[in-house]
Ligand binder design. Structure first.
Ligand code: AMP
Length: 126
């Protein structure tokens, strides 16, 4: 399947340095920055530097090096924010909204790391 990546999306512009971000961490293949509209005391977005539209695009087409680097970046942030449940932290949630039903606003793959409060149920009951 061909994925249609929009190079003018806001995260692509952040990666090109055209607009600023509140950087948290950077690796060879990933960038992490604070969400501009935080929904929890900790709300960090992790994005790959490559042009991937969503989670399935990244999972299917990213290189092993990109996937490892991106995943380690998430681990680094969970550790540095003190969120690790196995190390005295209170835990966190990862969210990767994808496509219309996932209500994805920005069409560049990203994972939300949310923590710092009890986050409630995963989904609202309909
Ligand atoms: P999603 O609905 O998963 O696509 O989430 C996109 C997220 O990007 C939202 O939580 C927005 O608050 C966040 N966002 C949009 N523009 C910016 C920006 N310039 N800097 C940081 N976060 C942003």
């Amino acid at each position: 399947m061909a994925y249609n990546y929009d190079p003018q999306n806001i995260f692509a512009r952040i990666l090109r340095g055209e607009i600023p971000c509140s950087k948290v961490h950077e690796t060879p293949h990933a960038l992490a920055f604070n969400d501009i509209r935080p929904q929890a005391p900790h709300h960090v977005l992790v994005i790959p530097k490559g042009s991937y539209v969503n989670a399935d695009h990244f999972a299917l087409e990213a290189t092993d090096a990109e996937i490892v680097d991106f995943t380690r970046c998430i681990g680094h942030i969970c550790k540095s924010l003190g969120l690790q449940p196995g190390a005295g932290g209170q835990g966190y949630r990862l969210i990767a909204n994808s496509g219309e039903d996932g209500v994805q606003e920005v069409p560049h793959y990203h994972v939300h790391i949310l923590g710092g409060r009890v986050l409630g149920r995963m989904l609202q009951k309909n």
